[in-house]
Design a protein around this ligand. Structure first.
Ligand code: ATP
Ligand code: MG
Length: 435
């Protein structure tokens, strides 16, 4: 019997695995530059952490969680996002008990949501995120936005759209909620089924309903900015002014409320629109929170966080020629082509690897023709050829696979010669890039 991957999951290998690693490296490297350190939390947590930390009115908690009882009868949930786990760890480890605030962590790893699989939407996907907890300053909010935009530019993303909004604090949202309930009261019967549920439990979420008919009704709804207190307005203004001072372009989207209940004040989303105008939707999102740590049993410290979906980033990179194909290539392919050459070839291969070059060889017997084809497939730059004649003289042939050039090199000179070829190659590369 053959098995397929479970619905909504995918196997990641080849260029995709390389690119995921690159995305992770770019985000993690930059996060460290910004003073974030890595935190790894469990893949599963007590279900209650998410009902409290994410909020039981959210789509995630209402319908997307992978929840089960363990053998000890505890309700366990595979994490649907990364923030709640980081907050839980900050509380469990009392990390908040320090003068050195904010606490700054980044995380990377799989998250699980029971959704209808479609393009860019999986049941297991990966997120990279950062959290900055403990200081209530608009500069912490702007910091994570600059971080995200910089990381995206390092990955080659050129058409990123930043959407922002302020959803105020709990009191403001309560007033706004009442206003929305009043406004939607006489139209609710014409709206979609999801909106009926949202109307009952979280009317703010009606604002980002995707149903076209509903959109028309939503367009006339009261706007949250008319409910913000003077302090909330000042806070948001400081953010927009700081973004302006860096020349960062953004769009204020009054209907942006985000799906997670813990946000307050500043919320934002990153969207990607390709050169051809194709809209990929949200690739990352985040916001400011003030009660989240307290909601999971910690002190009342404000924070800001964001998360990117790696699968969505990859999809965009794939569609928009942003993948580095040569990332999969070897430096050297050792061709073991004689009757009694495998011992020497294997020693030389090991020496080459120990010198820091990416190398592989054929352990089994193959024809020259097959080996050249393989060298091409693995995108090797150089071939080191070892036949019986070569072993007899303790030499190899080094062939530049791009130039048809071949030289005979003594065993002891192999590494120096490879160095010469491959560093020249690198120079040429840089030269081209500069042009
Ligand atoms: P959406 O509106 O697309 O459902 P979301 O608001 O649920 O997104 P967040 O919870 O903010 O998403 O998660 C952050 C990012 O994770 C998203 O911007 C997206 O890139 C990615 N993401 C969310 N759900 C999925 C999924 N099911 N599969 C792949 N990536 C996802
Ligand atoms: Mg979602």
């Amino acid at each position: 019997m053959a098995f397929n991957q479970p619905k909504g999951t995918h196997d990641i290998y080849g260029i995709e695995a390389k690119t995921f690693k690159k995305i992770e490296d770019v985000f993690a490297g930059l996060a460290e530059l910004y003073g974030f350190n890595e935190m790894r939390t469990p893949i599963f947590e007590a279900t209650e952490l998410f009902t409290r930390g994410v909020g039981d009115a959210t789509d995630i908690v209402r319908k997307e969680m992978f929840t089960f009882d363990d053998k000890g009868g505890r309700s366990i949930t595979l994490r649907p996002e990364g923030t709640a786990g980081v907050m839980r760890a900050i509380v469990s480890q009392k990390l908040y008990a320090t003068d050195d605030l904010p606490l700054k962590y980044y995380y990377y790893g799989p998250v699980f949501r029971y959704e209808r699989p479609q393009k860019g939407r999986y049941r297991e996907f990966r997120q990279f995120g950062v959290e900055s907890v403990g200081v209530n300053s608009p500069f912490n909010d702007v910091e994570v936005v600059i971080f995200a935009l910089t990381a995206l530019s390092y990955l080659g993303f050129e058409h990123v759209q930043l959407k922002i909004n302020s959803i105020g604090g709990a009191t403001t949202r309560e007033k706004y909620r009442t206003a929305l309930i009043d406004y939607f009261a006489h139209d609710i019967e014409h709206m979609c089924e999801d909106c009926h549920v949202r109307y009952e439990i979280n009317p703010l979420r009606m604002l980002d309903c995707k149903v076209e008919e509903d959109q028309k009704i939503i367009a006339g709804a009261p706007k949250i900015q008319d409910f913000l207190t003077p302090d909330e307005q000042t806070y948001f203004k400081k953010i927009t002014e700081t973004l302006d001072s860096f020349g960062i372009r953004y769009e204020i989207d009054h209907n942006l409320v985000r799906g997670l209940d813990y946000y307050s004040d500043f919320v934002f989303e990153f969207h990607y629109i390709s050169e051809k105008g194709e809209n990929y939707g949200a690739i990352g999102a985040g916001g400011h929170y003030d009660k989240l740590l307290a909601d999971v049993g910690g002190p009342s410290l404000a924070g800001v966080g964001l998360a990117f979906g790696i699968e969505r980033l990859y999809l965009i990179m794939e569609d928009n020629q942003l993948l580095e194909k040569e990332a999969l290539g070897l430096d050297v392919f050792v061709m073991n082509v004689g009757e009694n050459t495998v011992d020497d070839a294997f020693s030389i291969l090991t020496l080459i690897r120990n010198s820091g070059f990416r190398a592989d060889m054929n352990m089994d017997k193959r024809s020259f023709k097959a080996l050249f084809k393989r060298a091409e497939r693995v995108q090797a730059k150089l071939a080191v050829i070892i036949g019986d004649d070569e072993v007899a003289k303790s030499v190899v042939q080094i062939k530049d696979l791009h130039k048809e050039e071949q030289v005979t090199v003594a065993y002891e000179d192999i590494v120096a010669k490879l160095d010469e070829y491959l560093s020249a190659d690198e120079h040429e590369h840089h030269h081209h890039e500069e042009e």
